[in-house]
Design a protein around this ligand. Structure first.
Ligand code: GLC
Ligand code: CA
Length: 566
């Protein structure tokens, strides 16, 4: 049967995420900037990726590194100017690269003009741009906050004797989407960027924009998973649909929502084409796999199993098999490095596991998202001292534990694997000082392993590097439509060491074998006819075993292989 596919550039594209603060400093102040990115556009192009997702570059006091925006239509001074931004966009267009920006509109900065007005008096025209609870009604019903030392999302403000809501830090007050004037402001700023030629938005914590603003007391079943109780509110889909009608539908752009707390059965409500809301979203099921239940920043005590990993991806593939489209990611600026987390960054397994994970993302259905540095296998830095951290999430949680007399040493151990700063260390360009990131003092320490081959320059000239494998694998995906649109079928479902699946598209069929093991494994794939099998790629030089066309495979540790079966 012929597959019916709806071809789109954002389905066929490969996304490269840039955390601008850490990518390339151009003026020696230790902070990455837009000029730095411009200087590296040829490198980005050389990867074969198509779309850059840029974390926030808007004006911000940087309480949460740009996720607290004080002016949505200006560029942060540390990153450069609007002229720099325009030059970046132009440089990208010239190279056929698309730009996706971050849209952070669940909250703004408390230094945004809207909030300054809003808090100035109860009758200010901007009062209703934020969520206020007048103190005469008593203490507001408990709501938890991510980055608040007391864990309290309500902050009392004397000027108007009222509390404002902040799901993140006290400097990130939540915007009130119930107010149509606020929504119009947001649509306006979106149009501003689209009119400049921006190609889409990644939408920060998008299910949080609608909440039950009667703030009912949390039910007794509340067990730390607060999202269903205070996000995903009654108007969420009305707002997304309105945004689509007012703005998105007027441009050829892509959208991907960040969707903590959204489960598989809600998936199509966001991305079913007929509903006209978003194109894609990031689910959090994988991000929760190595964490304690409902504690997304706490490492799980026992190890995660490969069968669990497979089940998550298989279930989500099914969710989008007929409608909608998935997004595939293993890392981003909020989670540790991919190879350290899902692979193995010890010397003996680093190369194989980094390239195996790349093979995985690039052979699944759904748009693949790579985080800067994953193309060269950058690893967790694992700071020993709390003073090395810069992230508000780590620092404030440390403070909470300290104030409660908790185990701060255990917390620092946890952060070695879990902290967001693991992913935010500067890009490793070469083996000169600071890995070529800055001539000054880097805002966050550079990982020393840039001296040991984890840098772009040395990998560029090494044919068998993680970087050059990435480039090769990108071309494999791009030259085989079946790897993008083909149906996915899981094989060896219960195997704990090998992830095996096929992708089938019209006459094409592929077999993907991925070892997640530190030992050699043998697998037998009976369902497959190997007569015409052709090896497309392997991360291992020695190909004798895989070329023998036998359903029994001996895989080396972390080996990755793709066959074209016919
Ligand atoms: C999202 C961002 C994260 C930020 C938070 C608050 O989860 O990815 O970096 O801290 O929202 O804006
Ligand atoms: Ca700089």
């Amino acid at each position: 049967m012929k597959n019916t596919i709806n071809r789109q550039w954002w389905k066929e594209g490969i996304v490269y995420q840039i955390y601008p603060r850490s990518f390339q400093d151009s003026n020696g102040d230790g902070i990455g900037d837009i000029k730095g990115i411009i200087n590296r556009l040829d490198y980005i192009k050389s990867l074969g990726v198509d779309i850059i997702w840029l974390n926030p570059v808007y004006e911000s006091p940087n309480d949460d590194n740009g996720y607290d925006i004080s002016d949505y239509q200006n560029i942060m001074g540390e990153f450069g100017t609007m002229a720099d931004f325009d030059e970046l966009l132009q440089g990208m267009k010239e190279r056929g690269l698309r730009l996706v920006m971050d849209l952070v509109v669940n909250h703004s900065s408390d230094e945004h003009q809207w909030f300054i007005e809003s808090k100035s008096s109860r009758t200010n025209p901007y009062r209703d741009y934020y969520h206020w609870w007048p103190a005469e009604k008593g203490t507001p019903p408990a709501r938890w906050s991510y980055f608040d030392v007391e864990g309290n999302a309500w902050k009392y403000d004397e000027t108007t004797d009222a509390y404002y809501l902040h799901y993140f830090s006290v400097k990130q007050p939540d915007l009130k989407w119930e107010n149509p004037k606020l929504r119009e402001e947001i649509y306006k700023l979106m149009r501003f960027w689209f009119d400049k030629g921006v190609d889409g938005f990644r939408m920060d914590v998008i299910p949080f924009i609608s909440k039950d603003i009667n703030y009912p007391e949390l039910p007794a079943s509340y067990n730390g998973n607060f999202v269903p109780f205070y996000a995903d509110g009654p108007n969420l889909h009305t707002y997304l649909n309105e945004m689509n009608k007012e703005v998105l539908s007027k441009y050829d752009v892509m959208t991907v929502g960040e969707a903590p707390g959204v489960s598989i059965d809600q998936a199509l409500d966001f991305v079913d084409e007929d509903r006209e809301e978003l194109n894609m979203f990031f689910h959090f099921d994988l991000m929760a796999l190595d964490r304690e239940a409902d504690e997304v920043f706490l490492m799980r005590k026992d190890a995660w199993k490969l069968t669990e990993f497979k089940k998550i991806h298989t279930d989500w593939d099914v969710a989008f098999a007929k409608k909608g489209w998935g997004s595939m990611y293993l890392s981003n600026h909020d989670f540790p490095r991919s190879v350290s987390r899902w692979g193995n960054d010890s010397r003996s397994f680093w190369y194989d596991s980094a390239t195996m994970l790349q093979t995985f993302l690039l052979s699944m259905r759904g748009t693949p998202y790579f985080y800067y540095g994953d193309e060269i296998g950058m690893t967790n830095i694992r700071f020993d001292r709390i003073t090395d951290y810069k992230d508000i999430n780590t620092l404030n949680r440390y403070e909470t534990i300290k104030q409660q007399g908790g185990d701060t040493a255990a917390f620092v151990e946890n952060e070695k694997e879990a902290s967001r700063d693991n992913a935010r260390t500067p890009m490793q360009w070469d083996d000169t000082q600071n890995a070529g990131f800055t001539s000054g003092r880097a805002w966050l320490k550079v990982n020393d392993n840039y001296k040991e081959g984890i840098n772009v320059e040395s990998q560029h000239t090494d044919k068998t590097s993680v970087l050059n494998y990435f480039r090769k694998m990108v071309q494999v995906r791009k030259s085989h439509l079946g790897l993008i649109y083909g149906d996915y079928t899981l094989l060896l479902e219960n195997h704990e060491e090998v992830y095996a699946y096929t992708r089938t598209f019209e006459e094409e069929r592929y077999l993907i074998l991925l070892s997640f093991s530190t030992s050699k494994t043998t697998v037998k794939v009976d369902e497959i006819n190997f007569k015409e099998a052709r090896l497309l790629i392997s991360n291992d030089e020695d190909q004798a075993e895989i070329l023998k066309r036998d359903p029994t495979f001996k895989l080396k540790p972390y080996q990755a292989v793709i066959y074209k079966l016919h």
